[in-house]
Ligand binder design. Sequence first.
Ligand code: ACO
Length: 420
Amino acid sequence: MPDTITITDDRTGKTVTVPITDGVFPSSAIRELDPSLFVYDPAYMSTAACKSEITYLDGGAGILRYRGYPIEQLAEHSTFLEVAYLLVHGELPTAEQYAVWQHEVTHHTFIHENMRKRFVDGFHYDAHPMGMFVSAVAALGTFYDGAKDIDSVEAQNHQILRLIAKAPTIAAMMYRFSVGLPFNQPNNDLTYPANFLNMMWKIGDYEVHPVLERAMDVLFILHADHEQNCGTTAMRVIASSHADPYSAAAGAAAALYGPRHGGANEAVVRMLERIGTIENVDAFVEGVKNGEERLMGFGHRVYKNYDPRAKIVKRTADEVFAVTGKNPLLDIALKLEETALEDEYFISRSLYPNVDFYSGLIYQALGFPTDMFTVLFAIPRMVGWLAHWQELLEQEQKISRPRQWYTGEGERNYLPITSR
Ligand code: ACO
């Protein structure tokens, strides 16, 4: 069987044959047939918008790999900072490279005082932390002259370090502001996850529990990248206009904010709270099947199998609950999962738990309020966004500019307001 596809334009009889590589064929085939012909694919259901060497995902088989390394191995053996290096630089670091990387990230965690005093203090007291995070990431770019110098690899690396290092600082700052607590400065003696937990929770004597530190690190690893999801696509689209990485990352974070994307973990906990008891699960599932409800944390555009990250999150949840005590919502979640996985509605649609189904329960057990959940997703995803940003710049991709299928009115004449 040849690895080619032949497309015939029945209007003209013209035929074009192009190669299929890795299951992909170039859309230039369509342009070759007729330059005025376009493919209608509004949610990119069948479109590979770029080439990428960063993350491999096989949704049918439930496989996720960063730069070739299975997510299961990275979650078991690696650290978030090592994974960050891997995603950005393409290879796992040597001991020497890791030491330099760790030192550099650690020493970029501080934020200009005016950011807090002038910018953060301007928010309303009950502003949503994710809304503040989105704005703060964009604002951060205005503090650095080199932010717009996207042609210099050295400047690119500098912005990458800053954004990875400062994302937890911004996140913790937003939380402390929202509860009226003084901001804790970063502590450069701590690991990346421990420093974040310390900035979040330190009041008087506070020591990060090693199990919770590791759980945070594992969750960061699992969320670091997920190829061309909505947020990363936003990052690439904005970056293709050569906007600075802070503005592009703010756009990506805004995409992540939505309940269909990164906001799902928050929605899962609200859903579980609304269900209230195990006895109400069946009625809730009926509501989902009738189209009155959506089972948050279930289903995925790409995974038509158990999300491999969900399995790791479920295991991590047990480790965290051993320290914090069981989250009372866990039993409802387990019952919901069991009921859904046996139900024809979910089976026939290949709907399985995604990463967000259990992550919110861990976040809650760690003490995070629900409106911080998406921020907890944005901190590690910053790494993925930046890896894609750098890859896009290397590829010298043209500006993203899709076409549309115009379905509006034909030409008509303007009428003065008195004649309408
Ligand atoms: N609950 C109930 N039904 C669902 C769900 C769900 N969570 N997800 C999909 N379906 C149904 C759809 O209604 C549709 O049914 P139909 O064929 O009868 O119309 C069918 O399954 C196919 O679903 P689509 O909506 O076509 O799937 P799509 O790829 O567009 O959506 C999405 C994926 C947005 C993630 C969806 O599954 C969803 O809304 N899930 C809940 C929100 C969620 O958990 N999001 C987190 C995703 S992971 C992440 O972003 C990190």
